[in-house]
Design a protein around this ligand. Structure first.
Ligand code: HEC
Ligand code: HEC
Ligand code: HEC
Ligand code: HEC
Ligand code: HEC
Length: 222
């Protein structure tokens, strides 16, 4: 039987196959790295807002408490968003740039919520409750980062399932005493605070935290 392909053609085919397989592996690896990157989770990406609101000015500079505008955080599932009245209470007097605040006046006139864009939505199948976390001693900072330094609001953590479980498997070292939940300079084990290791067990008991329940699928999924 005569040779159909020259030895050179055979060699070329082998090289081509090897390169093709290599490229597939590289593409799969790149995809794997990307879906796990902060970029895929939109960490650090701001959303277009109806008004260029700045937490750095209001929560940082002026020093307003988070609860002034997000009044639900201590008891409700949703943190809640400020109404037009909350802003206009100050902005009809100071810094009244009418054009900039037009979306607020419109919302007020139509009696609808201000259309703030969210950077933190979880998928429909996930359950979340702010009040449960605040009451257990979890600070806003644990999930939202140092919001009071942000000129534009961005996601500071992925809020992926792995992120949630990272704490739910062992929350004790991340919990604060009740009076420090809204503090902006609290450090674990600082000053008169007990160290997390010593504090863990009594604090878990104090807050009634039960670890196995926190990692059950039904805790977070509907
Ligand atoms: C003066 C009112 C005001 C105060 C005080 C305030 N916020 Fe906000 N917050 C807003 C407004 C308005 C938005 C929507 C616009 C934006 O995202 O910038 C917002 C958005 C957010 C979001 C994003 C919500 C989403 O759906 O993605 C988080 C998280 C947040 N605030 C946390 C905080 C924390 C933590 C504090 C305290 C350090 C705080 N805020 C203090 C008014 C306020
Ligand atoms: C306690 C009073 C108070 C409340 C409530 C308040 N503001 Fe302000 N805001 C101020 C002051 C004071 C300034 C000016 C800060 C400065 O001089 O840098 C300001 C500045 C601003 C600016 C322009 C400055 C900048 O650089 O971002 C915008 C836009 C703004 N506020 C939007 C809002 C919105 C939207 C709300 C409601 C969610 C709100 N403010 C609630 C007091 C307030
Ligand atoms: C354990 C993590 C965690 C902590 C702690 C936390 N948040 Fe959130 N926050 C989230 C998640 C997750 C969402 C998105 C919720 C959703 O899509 O159902 C969210 C959404 C928000 C929103 C959007 C609007 C809404 O009504 O929910 C605001 C505002 C907010 N958080 C403010 C705060 C403030 C202020 C604190 C501190 C008192 C805080 N959060 C503490 C995880 C957290
Ligand atoms: C820094 C620690 C921490 C992080 C991060 C965290 N949690 Fe929790 N979570 C807790 C603690 C502590 C409790 C227990 C509260 C209790 O026992 O009352 C809890 C309770 C819950 C509950 C039960 C609420 C209820 O009604 O009793 C749900 C649901 C939940 N977490 C969802 C989430 C989701 C979803 C995320 C990620 C977006 C998340 N948690 C991130 C610490 C955390
Ligand atoms: C502490 C809260 C928490 C617990 C406990 C938890 N999950 Fe999740 N899970 C999440 C969050 C948050 C997301 C959504 C992440 C995203 O896509 O934004 C998620 C997403 C998922 C998804 C979709 C994955 C995807 O890529 O979109 C599946 C499937 C899932 N979880 C299964 C489970 C199973 C099975 C268990 C029990 C072994 C479990 N989860 C326990 C928080 C939790």
């Amino acid at each position: 039987m005569p040779q159909l392909f020259s030895p050179r053609a055979d060699a070329r085919l082998r090289v081509a196959l090897a390169l093709g397989a290599g490229a597939l592996v590289m593409a799969a690896a790149a995809g794997f790295v990307y879906v796990r990157s902060d970029r895929a989770w939109r960490v650090g990406v701001a959303a277009p807002q109806p008004i260029p609101f700045s937490h750095a000015v209001h929560a940082g500079g002026i020093g307003l408490d988070c609860r002034f505008c997000h009044a639900g955080v201590e008891r409700q599932a949703a943190a809640g968003m400020p109404t037009a009245e909350t802003c206009l209470g100050c902005h009809r007097q100071v810094w009244n740039v009418a054009a900039q605040f037009a979306p607020l006046e419109t919302a007020l006139a139509l009696q609808v919520p201000v259309p703030w864009a969210s950077v933190h939505r979880l998928p429909e199948h996930v359950r979340f409750h702010h009040g449960a976390h605040t009451a257990a001693g979890v600070a806003c900072e644990s999930c939202h980062g140092q919001v009071w330094t942000m000129p534009r609001t961005v996601k500071a953590e992925t809020l992926s399932m792995a992120f949630c479980l990272g704490c739910h498997r062992d929350p004790a070292p991340r919990l604060r005493p009740a009076e420090a939940v809204f503090s902006r300079d609290w450090q674990p084990g600082s000053a008169s605070q007990p160290t997390p290791a010593d504090a863990a067990t009594p604090r878990l008991q104090h807050f009634g935290v039960e670890i196995p329940a926190l990692t059950r699928c039904s805790t977070c999924h509907r």
